[in-house]
Design a protein around this ligand. Structure first.
Ligand SMILES: NC(=O)c1ccc[n+]([C@@H]2O[C@H](COP(=O)([O-])OP(=O)(O)OC[C@H]3O[C@@H](n4cnc5c(N)ncnc54)[C@H](OP(=O)(O)O)[C@@H]3O)[C@@H](O)[C@H]2O)c1
Length: 299
């Protein structure tokens, strides 16, 4: 690490920069943190170039840009715009983690992977995954991470297929993965999806129970279910907050709860900030890098 002061410019397309992410950045070691709100994609180039040209090139790796917000695609577009704005040797590091979703998704997939590996001797190749809350940022990122590892992923629509189909198209265009959009609005549709799933990611909105005990009764092949919702009621009935690869009550299905995931999420986000501060080379980090780190953290 150089003796340059670590500075982080935090960009949000929304009205607020997340206090959670500001705290995480400070605790990871950034000494100067500046939030920018209501940022548009067109403004990213100017902001990044303003930041790089004010410091000598060897300070570049100690200058960071964080992309927040609540939209995964927009965050990836900001990240790309920031990367393209660099003028070597004047550079900086960039991390995208909108609404904490990339690090949360990475943590969830890594925790489930550990349970699959150690309890069932399985990996993601050909594993059938159903994602509830698929239009959300956590659902989106976790679908792509699992699909990139070879899982056979279904995006479950809870109110109309259109947006889920669009999500699958975007994922194909950007990441080359084939995700299947399925309707999961009625109990009968849910039962069929659950009956075929080996892994379920419950990533619906806070305080929404997407899977009841009754739904899970149709889970003939289900090995592991993960739930990121920490706000009662649990996203999956019977899920304990700290569950980490132990069976759900009266079931053989293993549960991974929101605070087990949250612990790895926290360490992953902190670790990515520390990688940026400690790196000699400028970094560009998204959910794929988050997953690499989360995997190491759960090992
Ligand atoms: N444990 C952790 O460390 C951690 C960290 C961050 C977030 N989280 C949690 O992760 C979850 C997802 O967060 P997010 O930021 O991705 O949320 P989000 O972007 O608001 O997405 C929420 C998803 O839930 C769906 N949904 C809403 N009501 C539903 C219902 N009644 N039935 C089925 N699906 C429903 C939404 O569908 P529509 O698009 O149709 O509305 C959307 O797909 C939340 O519970 C959040 O609290 C956990």
């Amino acid at each position: 690490m150089s003796d340059a002061t670590p500075i982080l410019h935090m960009l949000s397309p929304q009205k607020h920069m997340s206090p959670f992410d500001v705290n995480m950045a400070a605790d990871a070691g950034y000494k100067v943190i500046v939030p920018y709100i209501n940022v548009t994609q067109e403004e990213v180039t100017g902001l990044v170039q303003d930041a790089i040209f004010s410091r000598p090139p060897e300070y570049g790796a100690n200058t960071g840009v964080f992309v927040g917000g609540k939209d995964a695609i927009l965050a990836l577009d900001f990240l790309e715009a920031a990367r393209k704005a660099l003028v070597p040797p004047f550079q900086l590091s960039v991390l995208a983690d909108p609404a904490g979703s990339f690090t949360t998704a990475a943590a969830m997939v890594a925790c489930v992977e550990r349970a699959l590996k150690f309890k069932f001797g399985r990996d993601w190749k050909g594993t059938k995954v159903a994602v509830f809350g698929a239009t959300g940022v956590v659902g989106f990122a976790s679908s792509i991470i699992a699909a990139l590892e070879g899982a056979d992923v279904q995006l479950v629509a809870h109110r109309g297929l259109d947006r889920v189909v669009k999500s699958a198209q975007v994922s194909k265009e950007r990441f080359g993965v084939d995700l299947q959009a399925v309707a999961g609005e009625t109990d009968a549709q849910k039962a069929e999806i659950i009956a075929n799933a080996e892994v379920i990611f419950a990533a619906a909105a806070a305080g929404v129970q997407v899977l009841s005990k009754q739904h899970l009764a149709s889970a003939n092949k289900l090995l592991v279910v993960a739930d990121v919702n920490a706000v009662p009621p649990a996203g999956v009935e019977g899920m304990d907050l700290f569950m980490d690869g132990t069976p759900l009550p009266d079931s053989n299905v293993l549960g991974v709860g929101p605070l087990a995931i949250g612990d790895i999420k926290y360490k992953t986000e902190s670790g990515l900030f520390k990688q940026m501060i400690g790196s000699k080379e400028p970094l560009s980090l998204d959910f794929r890098h988050a997953f690499t780190l989360a995997r190491q953290l759960v090992a």
